[in-house]
Design a protein around this ligand. Structure first.
Ligand code: NAD
Ligand code: MG
Length: 386
């Protein structure tokens, strides 16, 4: 590498994490250089971002939009590619130091594997990749001496608490959850919630899929599995506590009983910046927390009988094998169906539980097994009617 700047490939640059990552990068031009930008189908924003950040390469997922993006960016000497295969090859470019995976869902798995195989460090926002194939991803990362830096705020909090403690055993971690817009609702009320209500998160402004996952507590379930793999923990070492103010971002308890927490106002730019800049802390003008604005920080037990998804995620993790992959695929279809008004809020859990019962279980899945289980689950999930 000729300069000391970190050269970043940003997968999913037009999304909620992607656009915030570009704000972080724009405020530290001495630290970061954008090498690659990619988007699924928001060609217009991708073009604008490329005009501003002048990457080497862009990839548009939707191949039908290739001509449009090419016409805009070829005159600027920016290479343009389309499709998933291109995503997997651009992350392997020599000029890249770090890949930020900010695309949503199972689509993140293949490019993340390609990046790790090319020995690129990963800033991981795409939690679904670790949910689907955590064993495969973490062992590949070990083999290739690749670090995976968490972007998810809870996991960033745990990571920040662990810096300087890597040789001290963890007794347990506590992931905080906001509880989402339906905290305190019973099943009757939940059965009647609309997608407009579910899409309004009290504390965070995020993409549609993770916003629904937050309302159903599946997001916390996916995060429990994500934490297991990131920090090599067992299920009984991972607790969830509802903390509606989202100020304490998560905690670690060590074997002497001491607890460390990381706190701050909810703002994803902080964990994004920490993952990109680690081990440095860069300056920021993000709003600062004031205790007097929050005289009460409160904590309560999650209601896993009403919000079944969190329990289903624990079940999938305990079962292991391809079960978390099945959970994830069923959930992706369930969220899509809920957003299309095909099923109600509670039926998302029914659909996931049914898939977990019906799809063939594989104890030690290979990569091909994960691909197959994902497909098998999606087909079943699409066919199921409620
Ligand atoms: P989003 O929907 O806002 O953005 C997704 C991005 O991925 C977009 O750029 C989109 O164009 C791209 N994309 C979507 N499907 C694709 C495909 N098939 N192929 C290639 N590109 C595709 O999502 P988001 O809220 O930014 O979340 C991204 C990831 O980060 C998710 O895994 C989410 O769980 C995780 N995450 C998000 C937040 C948050 O605050 N938004 C917090 C923690 C973790
Ligand atoms: Mg989170």
């Amino acid at each position: 590498m000729t300069s000391a700047k970190k050269h970043i490939a940003l997968l999913g640059s037009t999304g909620s994490i992607g656009t915030q990552a570009l704000e972080v990068i724009a405020s530290h031009p001495d630290q970061f250089e954008v090498e690659v930008l990619t988007a699924g189908s928001n060609a217009q924003l991708l073009i604008e971002q490329a005009q501003r950040f002048n990457p080497n390469v862009v990839v548009i997922g939707n191949e039908e939009l290739y001509d449009h993006v090419f016409a805009a960016l070829d005159p600027l000497d920016i290479k343009v590619y389309a499709g998933t295969a291109a995503l997997c090859s651009v992350v392997q470019m020599d000029t890249i130091d770090m890949v930020l995976t900010a695309l949503v869902g199972y689509a993140g798995l293949k490019p993340t594997i390609a990046a790790i195989e090319a020995k690129k460090h990963i800033a991981l926002a795409n939690k679904e990749t670790l949910v689907v194939a955590g064993d495969l991803i973490t062992s590949l990362a070990r083999e290739n001496a690749v670090n995976i830096y968490p972007v998810d705020s809870e996991h960033s909090a745990i990571f920040q608490c662990l810096v300087g403690e890597f040789h001290n055993p963890i007794e347990k971690i506590v992931l905080t959850a906001s509880g989402g817009p339906f905290r305190g609702f019973d099943k009757d009320k939940l059965a009647r919630v609309t997608k407009a209500q579910a899409l309004k998160h009290p504390n965070w402004d995020m993409g549609a899929k993770i916003t629904i996952d937050s309302a159903s507590l599946m997001n916390k379930g996916l995060e429990v599995i994500e934490a297991k793999w990131l920090f090599a923990l067992s299920a009984r070492q991972i607790e969830v506590i509802v903390h509606p103010q989202s100020i304490v971002h998560s905690l670690v308890q060590f074997k002497d009983g001491s607890m460390k927490a990381q706190m701050g106002l909810p703002d994803m730019k902080l964990p994004i910046q920490y993952a990109l800049a680690y081990p440095q802390r860069l300056s920021s003008d993000f709003p600062r927390f004031n205790f007097l604005d929050y005289p009460q920080l409160t904590f309560e037990q999650p209601d896993i009988e009403t919000f079944r998804n969190l329990q289903l995620a624990y079940d999938a993790m305990n079962k292991g094998g391809n079960m978390p992959c099945i959970l994830n695929a069923a959930n992706e279809v369930a969220v899509e169906k809920f957003l299309n008004d095909d099923i109600g809020f509670l039926e998302m859990s029914d659909l996931i539980a049914d898939c977990m019962h019906k799809v063939s279980f594989i104890e030690k899945p290979s990569y091909e097994d994960y691909v197959h289980s994902d497909l098998e689950t999606r087909e079943l999930a699409k066919a199921l009617k409620y």
